[in-house]
Design a protein around this ligand. Structure first.
Ligand code: PGA
Length: 259
């Protein structure tokens, strides 16, 4: 059985250490010691140390939003896997669409970052997903195949089992448009089939595949109830503790029903 992972991607928010600490505090207090679903938050790099201090003693994971694949050297502006571990990170988001489409992140770079994260024992959350144009042109599966095979190239089955994937249709991110549970489940089943063909059935059964794209308390329950959806990567709704906790609660309700 796969435990659900609900992760909050704070992106370029909030604007101060104080506000980041308050948001983390709100999530921590609301969750308490519950571990029936896994929860993580991904603040900007500069708030990681503070948020790690706030989260001390709670089961909430700490994620970075990116990393560089090199361990050290002349890479101005970059952050290594070891640095993330040093400030308390447990997870790292890799290949978010805002980096793939906004910053020219390629599958080869995602692959290098993924290997660096795995070597540092960080849990990688690797994002994949098609644009609106690609979906309308019925290229969703082709796009995902290229992203999955490029991003996860060269991994052993054991390594792949430790990767979290996030299916995030680009047209649903920050737009208020959510994939229907049927649309999302169909893509998640496709991803699971690719994992089985590439790494074997047993590994495919272990990989956590999150859905992301305008997940809110109001739509989380039906998405999380889908058989191949193992959690959510939440953007906008992760910036208010109550909204994020509402999504976590939807996951806990689904888990309590035996998913
Ligand atoms: P959203 O973002 O929930 O605001 O759509 C999701 C994401 O980008 O991970």
């Amino acid at each position: 059985m796969r435990a659900l992972l609900i992760a909050g991607n704070w992106k370029l928010n909030p604007t101060s250490t104080e506000a980041a600490a308050a948001l983390a505090e709100g999530v921590k207090n609301g969750l308490g010691t519950a571990t029936d679903v896994h929860v993580a938050v991904a603040p900007p790099f500069v708030f990681l140390t503070k948020v790690d201090q706030v989260l001390a003693g709670s089961p909430i994971g700490l994620a970075a939003q990116d990393l560089h694949w090199e361990p050290s050297g002349a890479f101005t502006g970059e952050i290594s896997a070891a640095m993330l571990v040093d400030v308390g990170c447990t997870h790292v988001i890799i290949g978010h669409s805002e980096r793939r489409h906004g910053m020219g992140e390629t599958d080869a770079r995602v692959n290098a970052k993924l290997k660096a994260a795995l070597a540092a024992k960080l849990i990688p959350i690797v994002c994949v997903g098609e644009t609106k144009e690609e979906r309308l042109a019925e290229k969703t599966e082709d796009v995902l195949l290229a992203q999955l095979s490029g991003s996860l190239a060269g991994l052993t089955a054991e390594e792949a089992a430790g990767v979290v994937l996030a299916y995030e249709p680009v047209w649903a991110i920050g737009t208020g448009l959510t994939a229907t549970p049927e649309q999302a489940q169909a893509v998640h089943a496709f991803i699971r089939k690719w994992l089985a063909e590439t790494f074997g059935e047993a590994t495919a059964g272990r990989v956590v595949v999150q859905y992301g794209g305008s997940v809110k308390p109001a739509n989380a329950a039906e998405l999380l109830a889908c058989p191949d959806i193992d959690g959510a990567l939440v953007g906008g709704a992760a910036l208010k503790a109550d909204d994020f906790l509402g999504i976590v609660q939807a996951g806990r309700d689904v888990a309590a029903r035996g998913k």
